[in-house]
Write a protein that binds this ligand. Structure first.
Ligand SMILES: O=P(O)(O)OP(=O)(O)OP(=O)(O)OC[C@H]1O[C@@H](n2cnc3c(O)ncnc32)[C@H](O)[C@@H]1O
Ligand SMILES: [Mg+2]
Length: 173
């Protein structure tokens, strides 16, 4: 099974390889535009980014690729939940159908939220606050903020499972 992923972030490639392991996929990174701002600020923008990445990755891969996958991180304010919440969405397409799945979500620390409100991007803000380099390409904000109870690879993998699963089961027929 050949899968084209619309990102070159190693954490996203890893999430796809690990989650789809039982299908022994060949996973290829395709550098595509998400078509949304670098820091999506709503569910709508985040889902659209995932979908654009999935469609564009499959379109740019060679013809024998079966699935395009898009993973997108975003932030939003949810009615009924305080603060700014980190969200992540996955999209999978086989070229016709598109399925979407959400990942875990988590309230960001207030000092991080304030900088995002001021227009900054989560990855660089986390690196600055934590004195790390490329945290978005390893444990991610979700790894740091959960004290390692989960990490970005696992969290993105959950979103992918929810978007990919419907292609494998007969429940939606
Ligand atoms: O190369 P791409 O695929 O764009 O990878 P990315 O890390 O930039 O990932 P996204 O564009 O999907 O995420 C949008 C922004 O949110 C940041 N982000 C999302 N989840 C994160 C996490 O868990 N930790 C740190 N930054 C995160 C990310 O670095 C971007 O600034
Ligand atoms: Mg990005």
């Amino acid at each position: 099974m050949d899968v084209a992923v619309g990102s070159t972030n190693p954490v996203k490639i890893d999430a796809v390889e690990r989650t789809l392991e039982r299908f022994e996929p060949t996973v290829t990174a395709v550098d595509v535009e998400s078509g949304v701002p670098e820091q999506p600020w709503s569910v709508e923008e985040t889902v659209a980014g995932a979908e654009n990445r999935a469609r564009r990755a499959l379109a740019e891969a060679s013809a024998d690729y079966e699935f395009g996958v898009g993973l997108e991180g975003g932030v939003t304010r949810f009615d009924g939940a305080p603060g700014v919440t980190l969200i992540m969405w996955a999209a999978v397409t086989d070229g016709e159908r598109v399925e979407r799945g959400g990942g875990p979500s988590l309230r960001l620390p207030d000092r991080v939220a304030e900088r995002l409100e001021a227009g900054e991007e989560l990855g660089p803000v986390m690196d600055d606050e934590l004195d790390t380099t490329g945290i978005a390409e390893s444990d991610g904000a979700i790894g740091v903020c959960t004290d390692g109870l989960t990490d970005r690879t696992t969290a993105l993998g959950q979103a992918l499972a929810c978007a990919f699963g419907p292609f494998r089961t007969t429940q939606y027929e």
